[in-house]
Design a protein around this ligand. Structure first.
Ligand code: UDP
Length: 238
C-alpha cells in the first residue's frame, strides 16, 4: 500500500488516497501548531513519534472493544487507516482542570472531577473552536442524537482505558481531545491520540509531558513525548 493523491492537509497530518477507496495513508508531520494555527514550528522526530504513539494507543483501544480507524503502521511517519467521514466536533474529557476550562471558569488548575467532565467544541479554527452542546450537534445536524450518544459513551470508555494505562506508568491523564467519523454508517474513533492532543502530568513531579511544553515555551517537547512513549514500552523507530 502506498500514498497516492493528497486528500486533505491538516495542521500536523496529511491524508493521502490509496488504491483502496476504504483506506487512506495518514502522514504525521513534524509541524507543531498552537493557538488555532497562529504558531507553527517544526520539531524534529515529532511526526514519527506521534505516528507510532497513535498506533500503539489505537491498538490498545481496539483491544478494549473501541472501534478505531487504525489498520497498521506503514513506516516511521505513516499509518494506514480507514477513510472516515469525519464529524467536525471535538470531544473532550477532563479528569483535572487545565487549559481553557481554567481560563473560562476562573478555577484552580488541577481541580479533580469525579465523574470526569465531558465537553464539546466545534472544529473551526477561524471561530477558535467554540464550545457547543449536544443540542447544537443535533440542531446543526453535525451528527444524529444516536451518533452523539455513541461518541459520548466511547469517549468516556477511552478515558477509562487510557487513564489506567497512563497511571500505571506514573502519569496523570489530565484531559484529552478526540474526534470521530463514520465508516459505512458506523461511528469510529479517528484523527489521532498523541501528546499533541492530551495533557499528561508526571504523578511524582507534576512535570508536563505534553504539548503544553510547546504552548508555554517550556522546551523539551520531543524529549517529553519520547519519555511517555518509552514508559509505555513503545519501541520507537525515530
Ligand atoms: N485540544 C486539542 N486541540 C484543540 C483544542 C484542545 O487537541 O484544538 C486538547 C488539548 O491538548 C487538551 C484538551 O484538548 O488536552 C483540552 O484543551 P482545552 O480546552 O483546555 O484547550 P487549550 O488550553 O488547549 O486551548
Amino acid at each position: 500500500m502506498k500514498a497516492l493523491d493528497l486528500l486533505y492537509q491538516g495542521k500536523a497530518k496529511s491524508a493521502y488516497l490509496t488504491d483502496d477507496p476504504d483506506l487512506v495513508v495518514l502522514r504525521f508531520r513534524d509541524d507543531t501548531s498552537a493557538f488555532d494555527g497562529e504558531v507553527i514550528e517544526q520539531l524534529v522526530d515529532k511526526g514519527a513519534i506521534n505516528n507510532q504513539f497513535n498506533g500503539f494507543i489505537m491498538e490498545a483501544l481496539g483491544a478494549a472493544g473501541i472501534p478505531t480507524h487504525f489498520e497498521k503502521l506503514l513506516n516511521a511517519n505513516e499509518s494506514v487507516v480507514k477513510r472516515l467521514d469525519m464529524i467536525p466536533v471535538e470531544c473532550v474529557v477532563r479528569n483535572q482542570a487545565a487549559g481553557s476550562l481554567v481560563r473560562r471558569l476562573g478555577i484552580e488548575e488541577g481541580l479533580s472531577f469525579d465523574p470526569p467532565l465531558f465537553e464539546l467544541f466545534l472544529k473551526n479554527d477561524e471561530l477558535h473552536d467554540p464550545m457547543i452542546t449536544e443540542h447544537h450537534v443535533e440542531a446543526f445536524r453535525w451528527a444524529t442524537r444516536a451518533e452523539m450518544a455513541t461518541m459520548h459513551d466511547l469517549t468516556l470508555r477511552v478515558n477509562e482505558v487510557l487513564r489506567a494505562m497512563f497511571f500505571d506508568v506514573g502519569l496523570l491523564l489530565v484531559d484529552f481531545k478526540i474526534e470521530f467519523g463514520r465508516f459505512h454508517g458506523e461511528i469510529f474513533l479517528g484523527d489521532e491520540f498523541s501528546p499533541d492532543g492530551c495533557r499528561l502530568w508526571d504523578i511524582e513531579t507534576g512535570e508536563k509531558k505534553d504539548k503544553d511544553r510547546f504552548r508555554q515555551g517550556l522546551g523539551g517537547v520531543v524529549e517529553a513525548y519520547r519519555d511517555v512513549s518509552e514508559r509505555l514500552g513503545i519501541k520507537l523507530d525515530a
